[in-house]
Write a protein that binds this ligand. Sequence first.
Ligand code: FAD
Length: 62
Amino acid sequence: MAKLWVTEMAKRVADRCLQIFGGYGYCTDYLISRFYVDARIQTIYAGTSEVMKMIISRGLDM
Ligand SMILES: Cc1cc2nc3c(=O)[nH]c(=O)nc-3n(C[C@H](O)[C@H](O)[C@H](O)COP(=O)(O)OP(=O)(O)OC[C@H]3O[C@@H](n4cnc5c(N)ncnc54)[C@H](O)[C@@H]3O)c2cc1C
């Protein structure tokens, strides 16, 4: 549950921070683009968010 919540939140936060930078946020010259990429992968490796939801639902007997 923590992995799902924290990584999805990190993804949202990084996305909003990148938005503040506008087009510069997309450029690799700016560190925010790296933060975005690093946040984005968190919901994929070590179990995707979809897989996390399946594991959680099994734990809830759903
Ligand atoms: C930088 C990096 C480092 C990694 N390091 C390691 C490592 O050290 N050790 C290791 O073992 N692996 C590692 N991986 C692999 C990583 O764990 C897998 O990428 C991850 O488990 C997702 O598998 P996949 O990429 O094959 O995507 P897929 O399994 O093909 O999934 C693709 C999409 O389909 C969704 N999906 C798949 N099945 C279902 C389903 N039944 N229901 C709903 N949605 C579904 C997924 O959630 C995802 O959104 C690493 C990956 C990366 C990118």
